[in-house]
Design a protein around this ligand. Structure first.
Ligand SMILES: CC(C)(COP(=O)(O)OP(=O)(O)OC[C@H]1O[C@@H](n2cnc3c(N)ncnc32)[C@H](O)[C@@H]1OP(=O)(O)O)[C@@H](O)C(=O)NCCC(=O)NCCS
Length: 144
């Protein structure tokens, strides 16, 4: 069942995020309560337009969306999408994506943007959901 996210979901979503990003291709360690802080900050801006999947009363996946304006219309950003690793590759990511696309259509959103690790499997997930790599944009980082 897909339903809107609630503040009480944030801590379980943080656990899912921590576990999912500790694996390939990220191997990212979230120390202390950084995962929860990260999601709380996102929740404060995306909480009204984000969703979780619940299976047997357990949250197993979530998607955080922000809706804004750009140029002549509305633009959405997929800020985060994570499926509990135990439930990956079973179509739950696709379900969240399809639900979000319908939600965007209902709002009259005309473009959707996200950033993603340059990894074949991840790119394939998005390509299967009709995203394409924008060759005129790159993500830039600076280490501090
Ligand atoms: C990316 C993610 C959301 C996909 O969700 P999912 O439920 O696993 O994906 P689905 O089952 O809907 O789609 C499966 C497709 O995604 C890709 N994919 C997802 N997991 C994969 C895996 N472990 N190995 C290979 N391909 C995989 C494949 O293209 C696969 O298609 P196939 O089943 O025809 O081979 C999920 O893997 C995840 O949470 N990853 C960690 C967090 C992350 O990277 N988020 C995106 C940040 S931009």
């Amino acid at each position: 069942m897909i339903r809107p996210i609630k503040l009480e979901d944030v801590s379980v979503c943080a656990k899912i995020l921590k576990e999912a990003y500790s694996r390939e291709p990220y191997q990212e360690e979230f120390t202390g309560d950084n995962a929860e802080k990260y999601l709380l900050a996102k929740y404060s801006s995306c909480g009204d337009s984000s969703f979780v999947i619940e299976e047997n009363s357990e949250v197993i996946a979530f998607i955080l969306l922000s809706i804004s304006f750009w140029g002549k219309g509305k633009q959405a950003i997929i800020e985060e999408i994570v499926v509990n690793p135990e439930f990956q590759k079973k179509g739950f990511g696709k379900q969240l994506m399809e639900y979000s696309i319908k939600y965007f259509n209902s709002l009259g959103v005309n473009s959707v943007m996200l950033w993603v690790k340059n990894n074949e499997r991840l790119l394939n997930f998005y390509k299967k959901n009709n995203f394409f790599v924008a060759d005129d944009f790159v993500v830039m980082f600076r280490n501090q």
